[in-house]
Design a protein. Sequence first.
Length: 644
Amino acid sequence: MTADTPRLRLGIVGIIALSLFAALLTRLWYLQVLSAPEFRLQAAANSIRTVDDPAPRGRILDRNGKVLVDNRASNVVAIDRSKLTKDEKPVVLKRLSTVLGVGVDVLSKRLDDQRVSPYTPVPVAADVTEDKMVRLLERSDEFPAVVAKRVAVRTYPMGNIAPHVLGYVGEATQNDIDNSSGSLHLGDEIGKSGVEFEYDRDLRGAPGQEQIEVDASGKPIRVVNRKAPVQGNDIVLSIDADVQHLAENSLAQGLAAAHGRSFQDTKKPLVADAGAVVVLDTKGAVVALASYPTFDLPSIANGITTEEAKVLFGANTGAPFFDRAVQGLFAPGSTWKLVTADAALRSGLITPNFSLVDTGTYTIPGDCTGSACIKHNAGSEAWGRVGVSRALTVSSDVFFYTLGAQFWSNRKQLGDDVIQRQAEQYGFGQITGIPLPAEAAGRVLTPKMKADLAAKNSPLVDGPYWYTGNNVSLAIGQESMVVTPIQIANAYATFANNGDRYQPNIALKIQRQDGTVVREITPRVAAHVDIPGPIHSAILTGLEGAVSDVKGTAFNAFDGFPLDKWRVAGKTGTAQAPPKQDTALFVGFGPATNPQYVVAVVMEQSGFGATSAAPVARRLFGQLSGLETGPGAVQFVQANGAGD
């Protein structure tokens, strides 16, 4: 070993040390100078949490400005999980249980709800009384992490009115959030049905935000910034609260009057357990929409428990949440004769002057055999010589049976679905487009559709072939067809206004809290049905006669109504609905000379339309005309009479 060896080794060590120090200094320079802005942003992001502050929902008003849905202040007790230690939790919950009168297990379950943001206090009790709130505030040192505050919840100034129309709100599900394109977050409240659902984005408003600084463990330190929420816009409905209230009451009273009454010659009492009422103006706006049985909207405004849901949605409840006005499917019965009459006149099958002798009995022609081939008018009434107008007035089944058979025998010239095609023009077999969720489209059976269903072994049909008897039943609104009350009303509104078929609107405008209009909701014409004058006149005469003629099917129900001042035209219906009892129907419009309103009434298992449904409509026309109002008009008008 030479003397230079230690010196060489020290030099190598020095070079290595200098290299390491140089690398360290270079890294420090990179971190502190070049990357400093990026790391400052990351540090700020890691220390700031953004929490949404929900906006109060907008109000819902009727067409005259009456508030149907508003917000009220509710005392809420919540717990801030980020400030509650594991040791404090059982003590705090036990003390809260004593003050609130709520079980510890219930409070614990609510507190552990992971759907609520960890930086937002978790609500554990709502509508807490003032004395309990004061007690919590005065003894706040005994309730660490407990927050007592006021929040906005839905309230109903006019009580339980139009629950199916208004709908209710609830917390957004994960599926709602996933499909919201980032506009919804855990804990957000959204519309779940009705107008609350359809106009949710307008009603929801713009949420505020709080930026909260947190420490390394995630605990809040202070609020850095806050943006106040902006309340949602108001929705002004086309609904008239007074007419809506009368529709709901009249329907319930009409069902009660029919309940227990014997139907026809049977001794079985009528069940009369459900129904719907639709009131439209002839420009496509909904004035009232009632469904029975109904539910108490205010009681579920702030959510329901699982146990309450089982009761409300149970099999024995009568389906109160089911909106029969837009979702219920019914055979239209004789209200369908408008379609058949129009098809017969329009196709040239008959002229306005055509007539036949109605003997009260009709035998299906061709190869039909057996008792089912012999059909009768209601009560086997023989109406003598009747034309299309008279047939509508007295609801002559024999007349329309004959048309149904003639359509089928002339199918080579006219086609095998003339009635169905005319029904499509009036909107049957398709949704009306009313902005309410889950509207049903109904079904109007055609020969081709029957064959297709049979090929799929559908229980809706008895085979692939269409016979004369199928067309005969179709002509009076029975042959495997189902329609909704809103479709019936809209079809008659189309006829009443000379052919404009509208998509019904449920709202008139969206406005801010100060009344400034955000947007108008204008009428929506879906199609136009050209109704030649002679056809319109012949049908209108028959519909007016149904109400005003002493032999008209609705005469008894409208007896005493001031028809000289406000003429009403309409049609009764009684539809078979096995295994259930017959469905009672009535649809009409007025004033007949310049129609403004259409009323459709459908009552399940209620017997004759003339006896059960027409009196309900009469009450509504009394209100709409302004000629039968006040205390004397509140009593339900009970019609006596048989027939369709």
